[in-house]
Structure formats: structure tokens, C-alpha cells
Design a protein around this ligand. Structure first.
Ligand SMILES: [Mn+2]
Length: 256
């Protein structure tokens, strides 16, 4: 079967700002010998997929060893980001890469972190009008501001396109990218990619969604009626959230 990995994410890579943004990203992710990286990613599928493609990029560009790479999800309830300076103090990376997290809204955090290490951010959340872009050791990339017209490209799309640019993407990565994009409802934005995916896994996305829909609907009905979800009895709030993530993961693994 003929796959075209070259032109996967055309609406992104043909945009007027892509070359410049990719160049800045590539320089930002350039490591000196033995430097280490910490990737902080939004704890959703777009963020997770993005962190995977950052790793792929670093492997291909810097030939890093696994002990030079660490990553950590950032959960919704951690979105004040005030814990990050101390976390960086403890883990001592030379470079922090933030994908899919709106950390730009906390200039005090960025200022504290960039005193300790370099920062590269790719995000596509709306940037607050009064956000301060920190100079010096922080690189801030956001498709909405780069395009000047609020263009929205998920973090998994951007980081996969960058990994693809240096040839470190393979056909096996397509389902990961599909999941990331699907999580942000953005699969339809990239018709060339959707076409390659359909060649690889005909009907995969539709079938997987139909399967999950059944569970999600059942969960919704249970909660709406004030009953517990089987297997997650007595859980509410954050604990229920954790439980649901784990059970959805099980369902997806069962499905694939
Ligand atoms: Mn996202």
C-alpha cells in the first residue's frame, strides 16, 4: 500500500508561519551534550500524543538517551502551575518543554523557571490579551498568535509535523496522532492525514468511537440518576475522574 507521510498535515505545514515556527522549535530543542529534558504535557490525549512526538523529535535530532528524557502530565486541578518552579528545582532539567498547557497566563512561574533552565512552549489555547511573553530563555509558540488569525492547531499536530520534518515519523505513529487529534475534535482539519489513516485502519476511528459511546452513555445515565458506575462504586469528583480515565484506557486497550 502506498502511504504518503510527506504531506500529512498540509493545512499546518503549508501555512505562512510554519517554516519560521519550526525553525525556532528546532533551535529551542537543540541540546548540548548530556543535557536533559523535562516534558510537561496536558493530561489529555492531545497533550500525551504531543509529548510522544516531542520525544520522537529529540531522539532523531539529538540522539538522546532515555535517561536524558523525563515527562510528567499536568492535570486540570494543577492549572495554577505554581508548583512547577519547585518541581524543576528538584528534577533539574536543562530544558523544559510544555505542550498543550496554558502556562503563558502565569508569567511569575515562567520567570522563576527560566532562571533555572530554558523553556519551549507549544500551545493552542486562547492567549489572554494581557499575557506577557517572557523574553530571554523562553520560546513561546502558539498557532493562534503565530498566524495572527487565531488558527487552531492541536499540540499533537504541531509536534508530529516537526518530528515528520526530520523523518522520524513512521506509519505506526499514525494511530497515536489520530487519537491526539480526535481528542481535540480536529481530525477533520487534516483531510490528507485522515485519508492515510483510512488506508491503514479502515473504519478504525468510527468503530472505536461507537464502542466508547456505549460506555459513555451508560456512565452518563448512571450518574444522572445518582447511581454509581459499576466498578467505580462510591467515587465522586477527582477520584471518579481518575477511575474513569483508567477504565476508558482499559476499554480502548480491549478494543485495539
Ligand atoms: Mn490540545
Amino acid at each position: 500500500m502506498d502511504f504518503d507521510l510527506k504531506n500529512l498535515l498540509v493545512p499546518l505545514t503549508s501555512s505562512s508561519w510554519w517554516e519560521k515556527a519550526y525553525g525556532a522549535y528546532a533551535r529551542g530543542l537543540n541540546l548540548n551534550n548530556n543535557e536533559s529534558v523535562m516534558v510537561l504535557y496536558n493530561a489529555d490525549v492531545d497533550g500525551f500524543a504531543a509529548s510522544f512526538f516531542v520525544y520522537r523529535y529529540l531522539l532523531a535530532s539529538n540522539k538522546i538517551q532515555t535517561n536524558q528524557f523525563q515527562s510528567r502530565p499536568v492535570w486540570n486541578y494543577e492549572y495554577d502551575f505554581q508548583w512547577i518552579p519547585q518541581f524543576v528545582e528538584q528534577t533539574k532539567p536543562d530544558l523544559v518543554v510544555c505542550v498543550d498547557i496554558p502556562i503563558i497566563q502565569e508569567p511569575n512561574v515562567l520567570n522563576a523557571v527560566q532562571k533555572k533552565c530554558r523553556i519551549v512552549i507549544y500551545d493552542h489555547h486562547v492567549v489572554p490579551p494581557n499575557a506577557e511573553i517572557p523574553p530571554d530563555k523562553t520560546l513561546f509558540l502558539n498557532s493562534r498568535t503565530l498566524s495572527g488569525s487565531n488558527e487552531d492547531h492541536p499540540a499533537s499536530a504541531f509536534s508530529a509535523a516537526a518530528a515528520n520534518q526530520i523523518g522520524s515519523l513512521s506509519i505506526r505513529d499514525l494511530p497515536i496522532l489520530a487519537t491526539g487529534l480526535r481528542g481535540d475534535w480536529a481530525l477533520k482539519k487534516y483531510p490528507e492525514f485522515a485519508e492515510q489513516l483510512e488506508k491503514l485502519l479502515p473504519g478504525f476511528i468510527t468503530a472505536c468511537n461507537q464502542y466508547l459511546y456505549f460506555w459513555n452513555e451508560a456512565n452518563f445515565i448512571n450518574l444522572d440518576e445518582g447511581t454509581d458506575i459499576p466498578g467505580l462504586v462510591g467515587l465522586r469528583g477527582k477520584n471518579l475522574d481518575y477511575g474513569l480515565v483508567a477504565s476508558e484506557q482499559n476499554h480502548v486497550q480491549g478494543f485495539t
